[in-house]
Design a protein around this ligand. Structure first.
Ligand SMILES: *[C@@H]1O[C@H](CO)[C@@H](O)[C@H](O)[C@H]1NC(C)=O
Ligand SMILES: *[C@@H]1O[C@H](CO)[C@@H](O)[C@H](O)[C@H]1NC(C)=O
Ligand SMILES: *[C@@H]1O[C@H](CO)[C@@H](O)[C@H](O)[C@H]1NC(C)=O
Length: 260
């Protein structure tokens, strides 16, 4: 019996010393002369701030009075009662070991780890390190994770598209990968593919010609280019691309002119 009481007493002392504690001193922002319990954010129900008017040393009087808080939490409360996890997470549900305040980030960067810590789920810092976003993988250390259009836009904070190889983000006119019915242009093709190729005449695919199919400029047509650019007029004749049947007509004309 005596032993049981002793054990109970030891248990009580241990648990009390673990939970019962005055909070650490933290700074609250208020007007001079205001006491901590006015200047600091309302603590979770059960806990109170001390009434000191020294706002740089505000303390929760007794942290054990609000052990399982669900609301009225704040960075100040977390810093006072759980200094190892000094910041409140984004959902205001748990104190977390972030490097900087989750809710009052100011100009501090958002490394990937703190994004996940603050949101309680996998999030990544954007390229500017100014906010956390949802993405398939890290924006800044992508590794082997491919890019897609939504990740490019989320990470960059502006509309960008994944390149055709999905290895980078590019400023193309529309998606490189999910092109839909938007016709390709020479510029788009180069932006999406990072190399000079040209679109064929009906703007549906890209071809390895020596010059643009659409705006030929001073470049002469060569036989190979006719075939690649213009499936309907694949033959070169008199500097022009002509249909196969046209070629017969021209050959015939040449044949006749030879006869005359
Ligand atoms: C939160 O703080 C307000 C005072 O600002 C108080 O009235 C309310 O009871 C508190 N709620 C909880 C759940 O602690
Ligand atoms: C309240 O604040 C003062 C600092 O002015 C501090 O010395 C004191 O320990 C604090 N805590 C309590 C419970 O009064
Ligand atoms: C990008 O990838 C993620 C994860 O697989 C997916 O949820 C999202 O819909 C993709 N976005 C596009 C535009 O394909």
């Amino acid at each position: 019996m005596k032993l049981k009481i002793k054990i109970c007493l030891i248990y009580f002392v241990l648990t009390e010393s673990a939970f019962a504690a005055q909070g650490s001193q933290v700074t609250c922002v208020g007007n001079s002369g205001q006491p901590c319990n006015v200047a600091c954010p309302s603590p979770p129900g059960g806990c109170t701030w001390n009434t000191s008017t020294t706002l740089t040393s505000c303390q929760i009087n007794e942290c054990s009075y609000c052990p399982s808080f669900t609301s009225n939490t704040s960075d100040q409360f977390c810093s006072s009662c759980t200094p190892a996890t000094p910041f409140i997470n984004f959902q205001n549900t748990v104190c977390v070991a972030s490097k900087y305040s989750c809710i009052n980030r100011q100009n501090n960067p958002w490394p990937d780890t703190y994004c996940s810590t603050c949101y309680g789920k996998t999030m990544y810092d954007n390229i500017a390190a100014s906010s956390c976003i949802s993405s398939t993988g890290s924006c800044t250390s992508r590794g082997y994770t491919l890019w897609n259009d939504s990740d490019c836009t989320a990470c960059n904070g502006k509309t960008l598209y994944s390149s055709s190889s999905e290895s980078s983000c590019v400023a193309s006119v529309t998606s490189c990968v999910k092109r839909g019915t938007t016709p390709l242009t020479d510029d788009d093709y180069n932006t999406c593919n990072g190399k000079t190729m040209y679109v064929n005449s009906d703007q549906t695919s890209c071809v390895a010609t020596t010059a643009s199919c659409l705006s030929r400029g001073s470049a002469n047509w060569i036989s190979d280019n006719c075939k690649l650019c213009n499936p309907n007029t694949p033959k070169l004749a008199n500097g022009q691309c002509v249909a196969n049947s046209g070629l017969i007509v021209i050959s015939l004309l040449i044949f006749i002119s030879l006869l005359i």
